[in-house]
Design a protein around this ligand. Structure first.
Ligand code: ATR
Length: 274
């Protein structure tokens, strides 16, 4: 039987995942399909049952279902368990459903594709403490990053992440702002700079050091206000597109066993978005 996959969310029409996965199927000669399905919050349980019944081999989960899908799964990967959020479901051979989270690992993969693995001991500042930041914090820790500081407008949320990690430091955004020069690697995870939202940076870059590394998880626009300001100070830049492509690539690998061509995909999407 032809393998098929899906992405479920609300809204879903804007998702770039179907196009990305179809290009990979074509490149690999995989006879598979990947379908966007609009699922509202109150329809989630029914949707999971239907996907199972209709034989989906796996699916991605996006906003607003990443947490609420967990009770409908049979098993969770360790990182997904720690994060309390799932973005990838795999139907195992015995039909049981296992949840993974590839967002954080996708970010780390993208970061290290640009900066290599030689910065794991460098002081790192993670800005923001929402769902995306939590995933990235745990994935960085799992990858061996040893000096993580989390800064957030609501400092208590940064504190909660640090508590769960069992190491690291938490700061308010103001505290971080006045000590930016202590860090080497910066990861911006707040929605500030998204093309649909606010184009203002939520903190001052005055103390941003020379020769740093600046990563953002937003990819539309490719150059966020944070990345533009960091570039002006000579930083190496990692935009959010790599995270999107690698989270999809890791899911693809869980489903089909191979790691697809991420460089070609990043180049193609950069051209579309640029
Ligand atoms: P996601 O799941 O994408 O990470 P989220 O859970 O809504 O989204 O988290 C958004 C993060 O961006 C939070 O850390 C939020 O700060 P608060 O915890 O104080 O709410 C941060 N954020 C959003 N808008 C911001 C702004 N204008 N200035 C500073 N931080 C902002």
């Amino acid at each position: 039987m032809k393998k098929w996959f899906a992405v479920i969310g609300d809204p879903i029409a804007q998702s770039k995942s179907p196009n990305m996965h179809h290009i990979w199927y074509e490149e690999a000669g995989e006879d598979a399909a990947y379908i966007p399905i609009h699922v509202k919050a109150e329809e989630l349980e029914q949707a999971v049952r239907s996907l199972k019944l209709l034989g989906a081999s796996g699916w991605n989960v996006t906003i607003p279902h990443k947490q609420s899908i967990i009770p409908f799964l049979d098993e969770l990967d360790e990182l997904a368990q720690k994060m309390g959020a799932v973005n990838t479901v795999v139907r195992l051979e015995d039909g049981r459903l296992k949840g993974y989270n590839t967002d954080g690992p996708g970010f780390v993969q993208s970061l290290e594709e640009t900066i290599g693995t030689g910065h794991r001991q460098d002081p790192l500042l993670l800005i923001g403490a929402g769902g995306a930041a939590r995933g990235i914090a745990f994935a960085l820790q799992q990858a061996g990053y040893t000096s993580i500081t989390v800064a957030n407008r609501t400092a208590a949320k940064a504190e909660a992440i640090v508590q769960e990690m069992g190491e690291g430091k938490a700061l308010s955004l103001e505290e971080a702002e006045s000590t930016l020069d202590l860090y080497k690697v910066f990861i911006q995870t707040t929605p500030a700079g998204m093309s649909t939202g606010n184009l203002e940076l939520p903190f001052s870059m005055k103390k941003f050091p020379a020769g740093a590394i600046a990563a953002d998880i937003v990819y539309n626009p490719l150059m966020t206000p944070f990345l533009l300001a960091a570039e002006e100070k000579g930083a190496a830049i990692v935009n959010g597109l790599g995270m999107f492509v690698h989270q999809g690539a890791i899911a693809y690998q869980y489903w089909l066993g191979e790691y697809p061509n991420t460089n070609g995909m990043i180049a193609r999407l950069t051209e579309q978005l640029g």
